[in-house]
Ligand binder design. Structure first.
Ligand code: S3P
Length: 497
């Protein structure tokens, strides 16, 4: 077995290499933390927006009410996952990368700030167009400020991978939502590489990460289906001599693999006899700068797809939507529910399949959703629950434990929010069961506000629910929408006119 070869618990089975584990003690200390994300080790945080609590006086409530049919043509902003990766890989290439269609949401801007703090020059040259002058793999600089990740789990986990295999240290801080999310899932494999973490209780932010170079190449079997964990290990592998391997029993979004190959890294993907994906990356990579275009985000398009399906009389064209099969689960489920969604102008943008979608109002029916499809629509469940609440009959979901550790506990948040506006919802341990209204408008939230605990996707989902309600839905706080879809409200206003 090569040095550092490790496979950990997967679905209850433990396949470990104890000698490697001994060679690489998992050194995680718990530190006494200040939860306000400020004042760590005398470092000033990189400026990112930090929402401290959902009940702060600055909350921005808004009522979303019934609208005329949604008709016309729109474009949603660039894909969030791809935008993060484009900035990170551009910052690691030697030379100038030019990006168009970059999502200018707060999460992606947090990644840009962090990469700047580690030496890359990153400049906005126009709307969605950015220039990145990279430092080269192995040459990230010691940040002089704490890296404030705002609300962004993707920035945090992927950047932890990058820092882990560089001889630098970084303090990661975030908002109240991010500070409640588990980081143990990346701390664990990155500790095996040799990085050292001092985390807040429960393996959470704020945390201090001391990277290591040279790090140890590992073989890591993902215990949870997570593209963030996969990507953290692969990005760490870029600066580790030898081959770093990630085994992915359940496929997750593959943007990292695609983009790493596009930047010239030596990445291979195979399937084993059981169908698991085996992804290998050769270390000490030299990345070549690229000119790339980011396709529209299917996770943002999802809100308008569902809105057009549930608002009677709607016919909406959404241009330039990324349709990577590892992201397209929602469209398959909505079609199975009877949704009219047609793809036209299929093409490739930035190494990703893309099409324009024509969506027409449809009578939806409830379905039982196979948990195997969950990774390809993991961010779309909140809005799928809204579609289910308007469908005829029962929709059953299961196997969705991961939704409890997103920007909020999305099962609890959506069960409470939809119940509040008049939907029939049963919350189970790993999913929701929803008995739909058969197309009848939901009651709405009355005089009370619907809680969307610092979670952009809950806020946008409940806004969409408001469009198909009789009394309107008062969303408690629209600020988090800017993390992933800053133009959401404007686009909606433009359509609802
Ligand atoms: C993402 C992966 C997913 C997703 C998140 C973006 C990524 O998270 O929910 O919004 O860009 O890799 P997990 O890896 O936790 O499933």
């Amino acid at each position: 077995m090569p040095p550092g070869r490790i496979c950990v618990a997967y679905m209850g089975r433990v396949r470990a290499n104890p000698s490697a584990a001994r060679a690489l003690p998992y050194r995680t200390r718990t530190v006494k933390s200040r939860r306000d994300g400020r004042g760590w080790s005398g470092l000033d945080p990189v400026k990112a927006r930090t929402l401290t609590s959902p009940d702060s006086a600055a909350m921005r409530p808004r009522r979303f009410g019934p609208v005329e049919p949604l008709r016309g043509t729109i474009r949603v902003p660039g894909d969030k996952s791809i935008s993060h990766r484009a900035l990170m890989l551009g910052a690691l290439a030697v030379g100038t990368t030019r990006i168009s269609g970059l999502l200018e949401g707060e999460d992606v801007l947090a990644t840009a700030s962090a990469m700047r703090a580690m030496g890359a020059q990153i400049e906005r040259t126009g709307v969605g167009t950015w220039r990145v002058d990279g430092v080269g793999v192995g040459s990230l600089l010691q940040p002089q400020v704490a890296l404030d990740m705002g609300n962004s789990g993707t920035s945090t986990r992927l950047l932890m991978g990058l820092v882990a295999s560089h001889p630098i240290s970084a303090m990661f801080t975030g908002d109240a939502s991010l500070s409640g999310r588990p980081m143990g899932r990346v701390i664990e494999p990155l500790s095996r590489i040799g990085a050292v973490f001092s985390a807040s209780p429960g393996g959470r932010l704020p945390l201090m990460l001391q990277g290591i170079s040279p790090g140890v190449p590992i073989e890591y079997c993902l215990p949870v289906a997570s593209a963030q964990v996969k990507s953290a290990v692969l990005l760490a592998g870029l600066n580790i001599r030898g081959t770093t391997t990630v085994i992915e029993p359940v496929a997750t979004r593959d943007h990292s693999e695609r983009m790493l190959a596009g930047f010239g890294a030596d990445v291979t993907v195979e399937r084993d006899a059981a169908g698991a994906r085996i992804i290998r990356i050769a270390g000490e990579a030299e990345l070549r700068p690229q000119t790339l275009e980011v396709p529209g985000d299917p996770s943002s398009a999802a809100f308008f797809i569902v809105a057009a399906l549930i608002v009677p009389g709607s016919e909406l064209t959404i241009e330039n939507v990324g349709l990577n099969p590892t992201r397209a689960g929602l469209i398959a489920v909505l079609r199975a529910m009877g949704g009219s969604i047609h793809e036209i102008n299929g093409r490739e943008v930035g190494g990703e399949p893309v099409a324009d979608l024509v969506v027409r109002h449809s009578a939806l029916c409830g379905v039982e959703i196979d948990p195997a499809i969950a990774p390809s629509m993991i961010d779309e469940f909140p809005v799928l629950f809204v579609a289910a609440a308007l469908a005829q009959g029962r929709t059953t979901t299961s196997g969705l434990d991961e939704l409890r550790v997103k920007e909020s506990d999305r099962l609890a948040a959506m069960a409470a929010a939809l119940t509040h506006v008049g939907a029939q919802v049963e919350e189970r341990a790993d999913g929701l069961v929803i008995d739909g209204s058969g197309g009848e408008p939901l009651r709405g939230s009355g005089n009370a506000v619907v809680a969307t605990p610092l979670d952009h996707r809950i806020a946008m989902s409940m806004a969409v629910a408001g469009l198909a309600s009789s009394g309107g839905v008062e969303v408690d706080d629209t600020r988090p929408i800017a993390t992933s879809f800053p133009t959401f409200e404007k686009l909606l206003e433009g359509l609802a006119g």
